[in-house]
Design a protein around this ligand. Structure first.
Ligand SMILES: [Mn+2]
Length: 321
């Protein structure tokens, strides 16, 4: 069984690195810290944890958050016995971390994205799971690795954020079973809600209000989108975190079937974050080498914002007539 192999691999590995994806969300960070916690507890081994981006402050309540390292903190010549990617749908989502991944004696890939092509030596991919946090929960239970309260908080954060508080269509009976067990372990759902969803900065709220006021609507309001430029972020002194949840707000409009936010990147390209109510947008994003889930996906288009929106709208229209 694959899971017992993982047990043996961790046991025999002296140094272990866990990697989260670029622009980290609650799932990748919760999964990373949860896995760190279990390996420490069960194997008495201290892993390294790596982020490729600035960490969102909102998750600073999470146990082990302060132990997460940046690429500059890790010696590039270092060779890990084992590298475990969590919630990393495609290998390019770990950017510069790939150097460490490629040098590892063994690589493990734990994820729930259906577009994941099983790039690890050992792969645990469950596209039916709500989140990587849920994949890990099931893995830990299967192995009989004890989940302590710290770990439970991390996994709950992962599940909570990837299901948008148990509202998205990836929320299955199994998701509630996991959450239920985590609550039994001591997680306080109301406390978690406040920490994750009632900690928005004034800047975020005012910036998003501004962005929403610029929204464009097409096809009888079925398509809704926003273009966000560097100068918009600068005007509000807003950072990347201030974009969080913006696409969902567009999808929340009753008439919306497809929503996206197109953000101008420093490099000149455009980053697309897309949501839908019924159409498979992972497929649309894959046209631009992106991916994700059926109703929540993203991609980067190597074109300025207006041009990128035009290209994307053409792809949408092809499938949506
Ligand atoms: Mn995820």
């Amino acid at each position: 069984m694959e899971s017992s192999k993982l047990n043996d691999i961790i046991k025999s590995s002296k140094n272990i690195l866990i990697i989260s994806h670029v622009n980290p969300d609650g799932d990748t960070l919760g999964s990373m810290c949860g896995l760190y916690s279990v390996i420490f507890e069960h194997f008495k081994k201290k892993c390294d944890m790596l982020t490729l981006s600035k960490l969102p402050d909102v998750y600073s309540f999470m146990p082990h958050y302060n132990e997460i390292k940046h690429l500059d903190d890790i010696d590039n010549s270092r060779e890990y016995d084992l590298v475990i990617n969590v919630d990393v749908a495609a290998i390019d989502r770990i950017c510069g971390g790939k150097i460490l991944f490629d040098k590892a004696k063994i690589t493990v890939n734990i994820d729930h994205h259906k577009t994941n092509n099983a790039y690890g030596d050992l792969n645990f991919i469950d596209p039916d799971a709500s989140s990587t946090g849920e994949v890990l929960f099931e893995l830990f239970e299967q192995m009989g690795w004890k989940i302590n309260l710290d770990c439970a908080i991390c996994l709950y954060t992962a599940i909570l954020t990837d299901t948008g508080s148990f509202r998205f269509d990836n929320t299955k009976p199994k998701t509630f079973e996991c959450a239920s067990k985590l609550v039994e372990l001591g997680v306080n759902p109301s406390d978690m809600y406040k920490k994750v969803y009632e900690s928005d900065s004034k800047t975020l709220v005012m910036f998003q209000a501004y962005c929403l006021s610029k929204a464009k609507f097409l096809n009888d309001d079925k398509i809704a989108y926003i273009s966000v430029y560097r100068k918009d972020l600068e005007k509000f002194s807003a950072n990347e975190e201030c974009m969080e949840g913006l696409t969902e707000k567009l999808r929340a409009i009753v008439s919306t079937q497809i929503a996206f936010v197109a953000k101008e990147m420093k490099s000149g390209g455009t980053k697309i974050s897309m949501r839908s109510k019924s159409i498979d947008i992972a497929e649309i994003c894959s046209v631009f080498n992106g991916g994700g889930h059926k109703f929540a996906a993203g991609c980067t288009i190597k074109a300025p914002v207006e041009k990128a929106c035009k290209l994307l709208l053409e792809e949408i229209e092809k499938r949506y007539r």
